[in-house]
Design a protein. Structure first.
Length: 127
């Protein structure tokens, strides 16, 4: 088993660790998925009300899936990546695919209830 990348108390981070550890793609594809998920969690941490400070001074994501609506994905893909991230077209093109697969995986593993799953999947304009 791979070491967990995220140590946040959030169920989003726990799902992200499980999702990334479950990938069986090529090393290059795994790196793309890891980059997208890491950027997504970084985006969530930019909201001061979504984090808590640990004893060592790092900020940890405390918000869970239930704290967000589907707009979190479009905001990340359409606004945050183009304005905050210097990356090639690969990340911008792959982000919707990676995030949609992350949502599906999270639902199948019980991190999301059916209502949140349907809300999130319905928010993807990118099929």
């Amino acid at each position: 088993m791979t070491k967990d990348k995220f140590e946040d108390p959030s169920d989003i981070s726990k799902a992200a660790n499980g999702f990334l550890n479950s990938l069986t793609y090529s090393p290059k594809t795994k790196k793309t998925y890891e980059n997208v998920i890491t950027l997504f969690i970084s985006r969530l941490k930019h909201d001061g009300s979504a984090v808590t400070e640990s004893e060592d001074g790092t900020y940890l994501l405390k918000n869970n899936w239930a704290d967000y609506d589907g707009g979190i994905f479009s905001g990340f893909i359409e606004r945050w990546i183009p304005r905050k991230v210097i990356c090639g077209k690969g990340i911008k093109r792959q982000a919707p695919i990676v995030l949609k697969r992350f949502v599906v995986w999270s639902y199948k593993k019980g991190y999301l209830n059916k209502g949140k799953y349907e809300e999130y999947i319905g928010s993807f304009r990118w099929k």
